[in-house]
Design a protein around this ligand. Structure first.
Ligand code: GLC
Length: 760
C-alpha cells in the first residue's frame, strides 16, 4: 500500500495483529501455520467475505515482535515481515524468501494504462473501472515462475505473461486467448517457482485486475478500484498443499449423488414432452447410457421461471414419472431474470416484498433477458434467498431432480447493469459494482440450501457464474463454447485451471454449444467429455442436432464406447470426489499438480490426470491419427493393450478416431463397475478391480450415493492390496450395510489376464 507511512505501533487481539501506520491502519490475521491474511481497507466499505463462511479466529501458535521499525510474525512454517507502507515479505522456516512485495513504481505507463482502458471499454467495461487501480499489491517475480488457477480463463494452462479481469462476463462470441474475463471470477492463483510454491487469494468481489507478469518481468500484481486490499497468502510444500489451504478457506466440493456423474443429454431446446420422450427412448435404443436430460428455457410458460408451458408439458408430473421409470432424471434451467408481468405471482410477490434490485432512487430496476423486460432478485439478502429457494417446490413436486442456474453473471440484453443499481449485502445496501461477481454465487447458494433442506439429498445445482467458494454449492460448466477444435483444445487447460481453483465438479458443453461439430470433432470431444466431472452434451438453438445418434454409425459406436467407459469408471471418479471433499483436490488434474517438478508437466496443455492413477492424453487436432504422449517418471500401462511403458519420455502413440490414449500408473488397483444403462439400474454390488503391476494398492469408498448420512459415519472404506500374486482386502471403516457381494479381480499386468472372482 502506497503512502500509508511508517509503522507506529501494533497490538494483538486473538489471531489478529492490528497495525497502526502513520496514515492508516491494517491488520494481519494468522489463519494457521501456512496462511496469513493481509487486510487494509482505506475506504472502509465494511464488506464481509462471500467466499469464506468459516470463522478462523482461534489460531494462536505464532510469535510477533517489533524490530527496526518492522513487525516480524513467525509461525511454525513461515515468517512475515511487515515494513513501512504496509509492504509484507514472506519467508520459509529457514529464512529463505518465498515472495516479497515489489516496492518500485509499476512499469505501467500512463500511455499503456490509457490504451488498456480503451480495450476494456471496447469489452463493455465502464471507464472508471479501467486499469488504473487505486489499490494494488505487486509481488516480485522470478525469471522462472509459472502461474496457475484464476478460474475459467481462456487460453493455456500457465498464466505467466497474461493479464486478466475478474468481472463475470457473458460473451457468446468465440472465446479466445485474448479474453480477459469469462463467466466466473475466482481471484486465486498458485505461483510455482523453481523450488517454492505459494498461493494468493484476493478476496475482493469488485472488478479486480491481475497482471501475471505481462507488463514487467520484475513483478506480478493484483488490484482493484474498490473494496479492500484483502488477500490470503497461502504457503505449502507443494501445489496440493496450496489448494488445500485455499479450500480450507473457501470450502470443498461436497460429494454428489452418483447419478449426477452419469451422462447428461441437453439441447436448447427440446420442444415438448414428445421431444424429450424421443431423446430418452433414443438413448436407450442406441444403448448409450444416460442419466439426465436437461430442460432448457422452452419448458417454461413464456420464460417465466418456476412455471410450465401447459401446451408443451400438459402434465409434467406424469411426464417425469415416465422418464424416471426409464432411469432418466430431469434437470430444469432457472434463470434469475423474472418477467415484469403483473399477475405473475413470482413477480407480484417479489415486488410486494421488495425482493428485487432497484435503481438509486429505489425504483425496481428493469433490464431485459429471455422473457423481455425483467427484474433481478436481490440474492445478497437471506430473505430473498429463502424465498427464491422455496419457489423451487413447484419443480420438485413434479419430480425435477436438479437445477441449472444460467444467465446469472447477471446477463442483460439492454446493456450492462449500471454500476449504481442497488443490491443488498444482507442488511447493508450496496451497488452492482460490489455484487456483480457474487450474483451467481448467491443464486447457487440459495438453490443449494433449499434443495438440501427440502430433499435431504445432496443437491445437484449447475451454475454458469461463480465466485470463489461456489464449489460448496454448485457444479459449473464453462458456458457458451463453440463447436470448434480450438475450444476442444482449450477445454483441457480450462477445466484443469478450474480444478486448481477449487472448482472440481466442472465440464464443458460436449460437442460445443454454438456452431456445428464435425463427426470427427464430436468423436474427439466425447473422449475428453467422458473424463470431465460434469459430462453433458449441450448445443444451441439453430445449430445441427448433436445427440450421438445424429451421426453415422462409426461415431455412434465411438460415442457409446466412451460413455460406457465413463460408467465403468464411476467408482474411481466417486472416490475422487470423496477425496476432494476432504482435501479440495480436483477430479481432473493438470499434469503439473501431480508432477510439479517435472518441467514437461508445467506447461502441458493437452493431457491431464484423472486423480493420480490415470493419465489421459486425448487427440485434439483435426485429422490426427497419432498423438505425442508424455509419460512422467515411473512405469505405466496402456489402458487398451495393457502394455507396460516406462515413463519420463515423449513418444508417438497411434490413436485412430476411436482411440483416446489412456495410461494407468503402475501400482494402481482400478475399481470399475459392470456396464449399466443408468445409475440405479443395477444394485452395484459387484466391483471389478483391475490390477496394474506386481504390487498395487488402492483405497476405495462406498456409501449410499444419495444423502448426507455418510457424514454420520454411514460409509465403508476398503483397503485393497495386491502382493506376491495375491489379492487381499480389509474393510477399514465399516458403516454402510449394503456392501459388495462380489469382487472380480483381474491382473492386467500379466500376459494372460486371468480374473479371480471373490464372493463376499
Ligand atoms: C445461455 C446458456 C445456454 C442456454 C441458453 C438458453 O446461452 O449458456 O447454455 O442453452 O442460454 O437458455
Amino acid at each position: 500500500m502506497n503512502n500509508i507511512g511508517k509503522i507506529k505501533n501494533y497490538n494483538i487481539s486473538k489471531n489478529i495483529i492490528n497495525l497502526i501506520f502513520e496514515k492508516g491502519t491494517g491488520f494481519l490475521q494468522i489463519i494457521n501455520e501456512n496462511i496469513i491474511r493481509v487486510y487494509c481497507d482505506p475506504k472502509n466499505e465494511g464488506s464481509h467475505s462471500k467466499a469464506i463462511e468459516k470463522i478462523f479466529d482461534d489460531f494462536n501458535d505464532f510469535t510477533s515482535k517489533q524490530k527496526d521499525g518492522k513487525i516480524i510474525i513467525k509461525t511454525k512454517n513461515i515468517t512475515a515481515i511487515v515494513e513501512s507502507d504496509f509492504y509484507v515479505d514472506f519467508f520459509d522456516q529457514n529464512g529463505k524468501s518465498i515472495v516479497k512485495d515489489y516496492r518500485k513504481p509499476l512499469a505501467q505507463t500512463e500511455q499503456l494504462r490509457q490504451e488498456q482502458a480503451e480495450i476494456l471499454i471496447g469489452e463493455g467495461h465502464s471507464v472508471q473501472d479501467s486499469n488504473t487501480q487505486e489499490l494494488y499489491i505487486a509481488k516480485e517475480l522470478e525469471p522462472y515462475e509459472c502461474f496457475y488457477g484464476l478460474g475459467d480463463k481462456t487460453g493455456f494452462l500457465n498464466k505467466r505473461h497474461y493479464d486478466y479481469i475478474m468481472w463475470n462476463t457473458d460473451d457468446p462470441s468465440p472465446q479466445v486467448d485474448s479474453y480477459r474475463a469469462l463467466y466466473k471470477s475466482i481471484p486465486f492463483y498458485i505461483s510455482l517457482k523453481k523450488d517454492t510454491v505459494y498461493g494468493i487469494f484476493f478476496d475482493n468481489t469488485f472488478k479486480t485486475y491481475f497482471d501475471m507478469g505481462k507488463n514487467s518481468d520484475e513483478y506480478c500484481m493484483f488490484g482493484a478500484n474498490n473494496g479492500a486490499i484483502d488477500y490470503y497468502f497461502i504457503y505449502g510444500k507443494n501445489m496440493k498443499d496450496i489448494i488445500g489451504g485455499y479450500t480450507l478457506l473457501t470450502g470443498t466440493t461436497p460429494l454428489p449423488q452418483l447419478w449426477t456423474l452419469g451422462y447428461q443429454q441437453s439441447r436448447w431446446g427440446y420442444i415438448d414432452e414428445k421431444d424429450i420422450g424421443y431423446i430418452a427412448d433414443s438413448m436407450r435404443e442406441h444403448k448409450i447410457p444416460c442419466d439426465v436430460i436437461h430442460m432448457d428455457i422452452d419448458y417454461m410458460d413464456g420464460y417465466r421461471v418456476f412455471t410450465w408451458d401447459k401446451e408443451r408439458h400438459p402434465n409434467p408430473k406424469e411426464e417425469l414419472e415416465k422418464l424416471a421409470k426409464q432411469g432418466i432424471k430431469i434437470v430444469t434451467i432457472i434463470d434469475p431474470g423474472i418477467k415484469k408481468d403483473k399477475g405473475y405471482s413470482i413477480y407480484d410477490e417479489g415486488l410486494k416484498n421488495r425482493y428485487f434490485a432497484t435503481d438509486k432512487d429505489g425504483v425496481t430496476y428493469v433490464n431485459a433477458v429471455w422473457p423481455g423486460d425483467s427484474v433481478y432478485p436481490d440474492f445478497g439478502n437471506s430473505d430473498v434467498r429463502k424465498w427464491w429457494g422455496k419457489n423451487h417446490k413447484a419443480l420438485l413436486d413434479m419430480g425435477v431432480q436438479g437445477i441449472w442456474n444460467d444467465m446469472n453473471e447477471p446477463a442483460s440484453f439492454n446493456g450492462p447493469l449500471p454500476d449504481d443499481v442497488v443490491f443488498r449485502d444482507e442488511d447493508r445496501y450496496t451497488t452492482h459494482k460490489e455484487i456483480h461477481n457474487v450474483y451467481g454465487h448467491n443464486m447457487a447458494k440459495a438453490t443449494y440450501e433449499y434443495l438440501k433442506e427440502e430433499t435431504g439429498k445432496r443437491p445437484f445445482v449447475i451454475t454458469r457464474a461463480c465466485y470463489s467458494g461456489s464449489q460448496k454449492y454448485s457444479t459449473a460448466w464453462t458456458g457458451d463454447n463453440h463447436s470448434i477444435w480450438a475450444h476442444l483444445q482449450m477445454a483441457i487447460p480450462q477445466l484443469c485451471n478450474l480444478g486448481l481453483s477449487g472448482m472440481s465438479f466442472v465440464g464443458t458443453d460436449v460437442g460445443g454449444f454454438s456452431y456445428d461439430p464435425t463427426p470427427e470433432l464430436m468423436a474427439r470431444w466425447v473422449q475428453v467429455g467422458c473424463f470431465s466431472p460434469l459430462f453433458r452434451n449441450h448445443s444451441a438453438l439453430g445449430t445441427k442436432y448433436q445427440e450421438p445418434w445424429k451421426f453415422k454409425k462409426e461415431i455412434i459406436d465411438i460415442y457409446r464406447k466412451y460413455v460406457n467407459l465413463r460408467y465403468s469408471l464411476l467408482p474411481y471418479i466417486y472416490d475422487l470426489f470423496y477425496i476432494g471433499e476432504k482435501t479440495g483436490l480436483p477430479v481432473i488434474r493438470a499434469m503439473v499438480l501431480e508432477y510439479e517438478n517435472d518441467i514437461n508437466a508445467q506447461n502441458c496443455n493437452d493431457q491431464f490426470m484423472l486423480g493420480e492413477n490415470i493419465l489421459v492424453s486425448p487427440v485434439v487436432m483435426q485429422g490426427a491419427t497419432h498423438k505425442t504422449v508424455y509419460l512422467p517418471e515411473g512405469n505405466w500401462y496402456d489402458f487398451w493393450t495393457n502394455e507396460k511403458i516406462t515413463g519420463n519420455k515423449h513418444f508417438t502413440y497411434r490413436a485412430p478416431l476411436d482411440v483416446c490414449p489412456i495410461f494407468v500408473k503402475e501400482g494402481t488397483i482400478l475399481p470399475m463397475y459392470e456396464q449399466m444403462e443408468y445409475v440405479g439400474e443395477k444394485a452395484l454390488d459387484t466391483l471389478i478391480l483391475n490390477i496394474y503391476g506386481n504390487t498395487a494398492k488402492y483405497t476405495h469408498y462406498q456409501d449410499n450415493y444419495t444423502d448426507f448420512n455418510y457424514r454420520n459415519g454411514e460409509y465403508n472404506i476398503y483397503d485393497f492390496k495386491y502382493e506376491h500374486n495375491s489379492f487381499v482386502y480389509t474393510v477399514k471403516h465399516n458403516g454402510y450395510e449394503n456392501k459388495y457381494k462380489k469382487f472380480i479381480v483381474c491382473n492386467k499386468s500379466k500376459t494372460h489376464e486371468n480374473c479371480e472372482i471373490i464372493i463376499i
